[in-house]
Ligand binder design. Structure first.
Ligand code: HEM
Length: 170
């Protein structure tokens, strides 16, 4: 198999994992974690300890990198005429949405999920009281930020997916 086909297969496989994981997390896991309040924060911390953050950032980063390679290949080395064609613009728009997903994932979602994990590690062994409830409400705020930006990421992924599915046929 050529390098192009290998990287194309890898890109689609990684994109499928990314969209599937984000759909499950956004629509089911994060709302369930929020419903469970303190216990939910502990689940989030446990998921973090199993390396979810590193896993999903690697999948997202590699989707973007293989995508940039595919875009370079499709435009014969970022040729302005091909990049400016309808297909070039559609792949470009989808690519931009995909790159934003990677940036938001690392800069907002990942950072806030790590904050929740750190807060829960600290609050877990504490006795009930004002200090613990202040920490839990801080964790709930971070969880809300995660929930909001997971939705934004999912919307951007749908844009990327739609653009890439139709790009060759416009
Ligand atoms: C959320 C992120 C992404 C998703 C879900 C995604 C999804 C896909 C899918 C499903 C295809 C196959 C389409 C088909 O065969 O009809 C594809 C192809 C492609 N993707 Fe992505 N992608 C993502 C990110 C990116 C990025 C960041 C770029 C570039 C900057 C990119 C550039 C491309 C290109 C150029 C192709 C077509 C390759 C070719 O056959 O010439 N993708 N993508």
């Amino acid at each position: 198999m050529s390098a192009f086909l290998t990287l194309r297969v890898l890109h689609i496989l990684l994109a499928a994992i990314l969209v599937g994981a984000t759909t499950a997390i956004t629509l089911f896991i994060v709302p369930a974690i929020q419903d469970a309040r303190g216990a939910g924060g502990q689940v989030m911390a446990a998921v973090g300890r199993r390396g979810y953050s590193a896993f999903i950032s690697s999948v997202s980063g590699l989707t973007a990198l293989t995508g940039i390679y595919l875009y370079w290949h499709f435009t014969s080395g970022f040729d302005p005429v091909i990049s400016g064609s309808m297909a070039g613009r559609v792949f470009g728009t989808g690519g931009l949405a995909g790159i934003l997903v990677t940036i938001i994932g690392g800069a907002v979602v990942g950072r806030n999920a790590k904050k929740v994990a750190a807060i829960m590690e600290k609050a877990g062994p504490m006795a009930d009281g004002a200090e613990k409830s202040a920490l839990l409400s801080q964790a709930a705020k971070c969880q809300q930020t995660v929930a909001t930006y997971e939705k934004v990421s999912l919307a951007l992924m749908v844009i990327a997916l739609v653009c890439m599915s139709v790009g060759h046929y416009l």
